[in-house]
Design a protein around this ligand. Structure first.
Ligand SMILES: CC(C)(COP(=O)(O)OP(=O)(O)OC[C@H]1O[C@@H](n2cnc3c(N)ncnc32)[C@H](O)[C@@H]1OP(=O)(O)O)[C@@H](O)C(=O)NCCC(=O)NCCS
Length: 335
């Protein structure tokens, strides 16, 4: 899959904050922002008029806009509500993107029903005046999300989060693509393949770590990393599985710890059989660019054992320079 624009599909019940999120993603990344609802309004079809035929027409219109924006070289944040089981139109848009070879990610905002009603009361639109009257619809939309077809890794509960925090949760779920690689946010689903990769002893020559004990132990670790935030909420913990695009083979991982003050530290591990092909250079280049654009990172830091020549060569190739020496074998690099 070539390096290029991708799409973020954002769904959730009315009142869950999807329009705000889509706008914030688009602003942060310089992407286009699309809303399915605008098509319903432009066609003059209210909520009482949603026949399957209307749905098909609207989905075709949205798909056309989506592809047009992507072909013009922009990423797209598209937001819409779900109105059918299986979670349609989510599956419809995912299918259109996949059929056109466009990488996409999905975020499902899923607050509890009471939180939806609280948000509606707060935004105070005239249509939200009869709050209890909106409850059955909110319950129906949550029921669609619970009927299957929604991967747990897509779900964000925005209760108690600011708009900025919700944006961070969404950005942390985005994959990255480069010429030869797909970087996928790590989930428990990666545990089995990554256990194989991480078993190679050569990886640990200069790392203060050992191979995972079992697939289950690694899955548990990934379950924690899936939260993508430190327990105290001050750091983003971002981890991507690095896969080769042409055959899906798992090569290793890249990771970043990001602080709100624009500082991030990066680390990377690839399977020894794949060293020497520039995969690490390609993955860490994409990671660094992403940290700068999406996360506002201005200082990138890496700590490396002074004897780890491969890693030092990689850092120097990417413009990192040593910054003084820590006690022991470690050396900090920055750019
Ligand atoms: C650190 C690590 C990721 C570096 O891997 P790597 O394979 O050396 O790095 P790259 O994938 O960028 O490959 C660079 C090599 O590929 C070559 N190469 C081939 N095609 C290339 C391309 N298209 N682009 C860039 N380099 C290319 C380069 O010339 C270079 O070869 P050289 O080492 O003979 O000069 C790897 O050694 C590793 O996982 N180590 C164990 C874990 C570890 O120590 N991590 C770092 C902790 S700080």
């Amino acid at each position: 899959m070539a390096d290029g624009p991708r799409a973020l599909l954002i769904t959730g019940p009315g009142g869950s904050g999807k329009s705000t999120l889509a706008r914030n993603v688009a602003d942060r990344l310089g992407w286009a922002c699309l809303s399915e609802d605008e098509h319903w309004v432009a066609n003059g079809w209210g909520s009482g008029l949603r026949s399957p035929e209307h749905e098909r027409i609207v989905q075709d219109q949205v798909a056309r806009d989506l592809l047009e924006a992507i072909r013009s070289g922009r990423g797209v944040a598209l937001e819409f509500i779900l109105y059918q089981v299986p979670p349609n139109p989510l599956t419809a848009y995912q299918d259109v993107l996949a059929a056109n070879g466009i990488a996409s990610d999905t975020v499902v905002l899923k607050p509890p029903v009471d939180e939806i009603l609280r948000r509606m009361a707060q935004r105070g639109r005239p249509s939200d005046a009869d709050l209890e009257g909106r409850r059955p619809d909110a319950e129906w939309q949550i029921a669609i999300l619970e009927a299957g077809g929604i991967a747990p890794a897509w779900v964000v509960d925005p209760t108690g989060l600011t708009a900025e925090e919700t944006l961070a949760r969404a950005l942390a779920r985005l994959g990255l693509t480069t010429e030869r690689l797909c970087l996928e946010p790590i989930t428990t689903d990666h545990a089995e393949a990554m256990f194989e990769v991480l078993g190679a002893p050569e990886i640990y020559a200069y790392l203060d770590e050992s191979p995972p004990d079992s697939v289950d132990a690694l899955r548990e670790r990934y379950r924690v990393l899936e939260r993508r935030t430190s327990p105290d909420g001050t750091e983003q913990w971002l981890n991507w599985a690095v896969r080769r695009a042409e055959d899906g083979h798992h090569l290793g991982y890249v990771q970043a710890t990001v602080r709100a003050d624009g500082w991030a530290s990066v680390a990377y591990v690839l399977s020894p059989g794949t060293w020497g092909h520039g995969y690490a250079t390609e993955a860490v280049t994409a990671l660094a660019a992403w940290l700068e654009t999406a996360w506002g990172v201005t200082t990138l830091d890496a700590t490396v054992d002074r004897r780890n020549h491969r890693s030092i060569a990689l850092l120097e190739r990417l413009g990192f320079a040593p910054t003084g020496r820590t006690p022991g074998d470690d050396q900090h690099y920055q750019r």
